[in-house]
Design a protein around this ligand. Structure first.
Ligand code: EPS
Length: 390
């Protein structure tokens, strides 16, 4: 499967175009909208989220609640567009109105795509860069991820996410019995954190950052249960599932790093403390006694829960901006101020869940190719049975 997105932050709409979903899979706009709603929440979000009420319109590929096998197009309208029709319109501007209408930006924000993107594409108005590089685009990545999540759930694969750290405040290890329990508790948390004590401290840290015109980042974790064994491959670098998951995580705006399982902690431990011993019983077949490697060995799934973490740097758009250089005058100025969020880590957990879901669903569809969803489900069932008997 693959997908592309289109759309600017203040353009009329955002679009995701999905190729490869098998035909006959049940899906509704509500499956997508519930995920979009989750992305809009979180303590620390800015004013844009009060303007928008993100809803997906399925404009292609689904009929009467089922996929057709044709491309699935998902469209989310930007409500804010009504304020930007002239500034972001596709029509050429008249000579005399050109400058005042553009809301031109010439002072790049450190840490954002502004300067590098301007140089690369030859844009002397950096708005031409920031409109697309904005994290607004993650809206339709969540929409595409929602379709992937639907496919996974129909195949008995559950996925959830939570926030582990915000602005240096670390949550205690989350002791949940089931992913449903994790989901229930974190959905009710304004920072998507399982640990309520840490939650209060995280919210206070966000409020402080906001008061100071600053921003803070954090760490999110995604867990997926029920993946069949052997999805992905060891035979080529570009078929390794852990590599795809890492790329997907770092592709999220402001994400700078990723860990799988115990991640960087493995550097401090002996091999005997890192690797998960193999066991077998007649009910489950093979399993690992521990899951330090986060459900992935040799670029493939082990059948244990997939555990992926990502670190998000603080959002670079600051109300108390850092120093920058005006690209027209070359003078030192403070960077331009755009509307921003003091912390978007809780929302980023939902985005991380979406991109992980996409990679897992995509790997399954690649490995068990079928144009029909019912055949895919039957094939997977048979494979799961064979795995047990191996
Ligand atoms: C976002 C929409 C954006 C920002 C934010 C995330 O909308 P606007 O620029 O109109 O406020 O709120 O993105 C950034 C801060 C950024 O630097 O990219 C969204 O929909 O999540």
């Amino acid at each position: 499967m693959r997908y592309l997105t289109a759309g600017e932050s203040h353009g009329p709409q955002l679009t995701a175009l999905i190729e490869g979903l098998p035909a006959g899979m049940p899906i509704t706009e509500e499956d997508i909208n519930s995920e979009l709603e989750r992305r809009q929440k979180g303590h620390g979000r800015g004013r844009r989220m009060q303007i928008e009420k993100d809803r997906a319109f399925i404009s292609s590929g689904v009929r009467h609640g089922y996929t057709l096998g044709s491309p699935v197009a998902l469209v989310v309208e930007n409500k804010d567009w009504t304020h930007w029709t002239k500034i972001m319109g596709s029509d050429p501007l008249a000579e005399d109105e050109a400058e005042e209408v553009k809301r031109k930006i010439t002072r790049p924000r450190p840490g954002h795509a502004d300067l590098n993107g301007g140089i690369k594409y030859g844009h002397r108005d950096l708005r031409n860069v920031l409109e697309r590089s904005s994290a607004r685009e993650t809206t339709v990545r969540v929409a595409a991820g929602a379709a992937a999540k639907k496919l996974l759930s129909l195949l008995g694969i559950k996925i959830a996410s939570h926030v582990l750290e915000i602005g240096g405040i670390k949550a205690n290890p989350a002791n949940y019995k089931t992913l449903d329990e994790l989901r229930e508790k974190t959905e009710a948390s304004p920072v998507r954190c399982f640990d309520q004590e840490a939650e209060a401290k995280m919210m206070a840290a966000i409020d402080d950052a906001k008061k100071n015109g600053d921003s803070i980042g954090g760490i999110v974790e995604v867990i997926a249960e029920g993946m069949p064994v052997g999805v992905g491959s060891y035979v080529h670098y570009d078929r390794k599932l852990d590599a795809k998951l890492a790329a997907a995580m770092v592709s999220i705006n402001a994400f700078k790093g990723v860990e799988i399982g115990i991640g960087f902690e493995a550097a401090e431990k002996f091999g005997s403390e890192v690797h998960d011993e193999i066991a077998w019983n007649s009910e489950e077949g093979y399993y690992r006694k521990t899951n330090r490697l986060g459900g992935l060995e040799g670029g493939m799934t082990t059948g244990m829960p997939i555990v992926v973490r990502g670190v998000m740097k603080p959002i670079p758009t600051l109300y108390k901006p850092l120093k920058s250089v005006d690209i027209d005058t070359k003078e030192e100025f403070t960077a331009s101020i755009e509307r921003s969020d003091s912390c978007a880590v809780p929302a980023a957990a939902v985005v991380a869940e979406a991109v992980v879901a996409w990679e897992l669903a995509s790997a399954i569809v690649d490995q068990f190719p079928s144009d029909r969803f019912d055949k895919l489900a039957a094939y997977l069932e048979q494979y799961r049975q064979e795995t047990k008997e191996f």
